[in-house]
Design a protein around this ligand. Structure first.
Ligand code: PLP
Length: 412
């Protein structure tokens, strides 16, 4: 593998306390960042600092601690907005995670705008988070679902858009990067074509926002959802970005404290965006620490992060090609994909592969990765998945390959 010149990965790894440990007598090789990333000390310290020094509820108090918490919480919203190129922090809604963000759009926008005969277009590679909410709202409104298919390498069959997009299509929801195949989808093209028939475009950015520069203006989408915990931030905090004109016309998703203007006995009026969609006490410290994670990623540079992962992916594609009986799913060209590599190993169950790898300190995931329709498409019940992030090394890919050879020999 070529020398990584963008940033010093060995120095960066020292900033992640969890990576310093041994697992089963081996230095931990964490290859499961697509499920959840590890956190640098800077983010952990930020969360701790909030709870130690200025923990207080936001937006309500007139005392110093509450003002400090409110200031930091709203500053984090501003950081998120800048990070994704949003026109205004008001377009950034804090949610628990990607899943909640997608449910918010489905229930609020879908509930207000979909009717019998309308169509929702998804793709076969979607995470269950970008399928089930649409099934639920389709059942409620009488809309129907359709799916864009995949070619043999797990790329979207874009030509199908000609057939599947028409004036009945009211919404297109697509993942920017597949959590299983690694495929990076041409979202800007899909958005332009969807807008031409008047459809709204929702992008699942759970696997793109942590790994590459993402700008909502360049994507041309209407909504973008992502999770803090996959981008060096804490769990319990996610983001829905939405185009201001759409958000302003949408009814609330959850009712309760904070999201109201006036509450009468039989009805209420609602706050402006984004507060209208943030009922109850938010994940304050977690939002502030997500802002810190953004500072951390920004300092490295999203371009450098993307290049580093592309180098790791290229190397992994070469290295895993040497493992006999290994079938890889997803594009074979590293420029069309990110660093989520799912595979099967002949004669070895994916869970056994993952257990054997755990035995040598290599953490990977096995199962359907919340993509049952995708696995059904490939006619397999499960895969093993290795996924990379800023702190991974070529040497860890070597250890993955050696572990896979071990698994193969054990089950031969
Ligand atoms: N979408 C994609 C592509 C994902 O990879 C994931 C998580 O793995 C999700 C959505 C759901 O994210 P969360 O569980 O943080 O809501």
């Amino acid at each position: 593998m070529s020398q990584l010149t963008q940033f010093d990965v060995l120095a960066l790894r020292r900033e992640f306390p969890i990576l310093q440990q041994e697992v089963n007598g081996h230095r931990l090789a964490f290859l499961d960042s697509a499920a959840s990333s590890q956190k640098p000390r800077q983010v952990i310290d930020c969360l701790e600092d909030y709870y130690r020094r200025y923990n207080a509820n936001v937006h309500r108090g007139v005392y110093k601690l509450s003002e400090e918490a409110t200031f930091a919480f709203e500053r984090a919203r501003g950081k998120v907005a800048r990070f994704i190129g949003a026109a205004s922090p008001r377009e950034v809604i804090f949610t628990r995670n990607t899943t909640e963000a997608l449910n918010l759009v489905a229930q609020s926008w879908g509930g207000a705008n979909l009717k019998p005969g309308d169509r929702i277009l998804l793709t076969l590679m979607e995470h269950h988070s970008n399928i089930v909410p649409w099934q639920m709202i389709a059942q409620r409104t009488g809309a129907t679902l359709d799916y864009l298919g995949l070619d043999g390498e797990g790329r979207l069959v874009i030509e199908e858009l000609d057939r599947k997009l028409d004036e009945r299509t009211k919404l297109v929801a697509v993942t920017h990067q597949s959590n299983v195949l690694g495929t990076i989808n041409p979202v800007a093209e899909i958005a332009a074509r969807a807008h031409a028939v008047g459809a709204v475009v929702v992008v699942d950015g759970a696997q793109s926002v942590p790994h590459m520069p993402v700008d909502v203006k360049a994507l041309g989408c209407d909504f973008l959802a992502f999770s803090g915990h996959k981008m060096c931030g804490p769990t319990g905090i996610g983001v829905l970005w939405g185009r201001r004109s759409l958000l302003e016309a949408m009814p609330p998703f959850l009712g309760g404290g904070s999201m109201i203007k006036v509450v009468e006995l039989d009805h209420s009026t609602y706050a402006d965006i984004p507060t209208r969609f943030e009922a109850g006490t938010p994940a304050i410290g977690e939002a502030i620490a997500l802002g810190e994670a953004i500072d951390y990623l920004d300092a490295i540079g999203m371009d450098s992060i993307f290049r580093h992962e592309q180098e790791l992916t290229s190397y992994a594609l070469e290295r895993l090609a040497d493992v006999e009986g290994l079938q890889l799913y997803g594009p074979t060209s590293p420029v069309e994909r990110g660093g989520s590599l799912s595979f099967t190993l002949e004669h070895v169950h994916p869970h056994d592969v993952a257990s054997i790898l755990d035995g040598v300190g290599v953490a990977v995931r096995a199962g359907h990765h919340c993509t049952q329709p995708l696995h059904r498409h490939f006619n397999i019940p499960a895969t093993t998945r290795a996924s990379f992030y800023i702190y991974n090394l070529a040497e860890e890919i070597d250890r993955l390959a050696v572990g896979l050879e071990k698994a193969r020999k054990l089950f031969m």
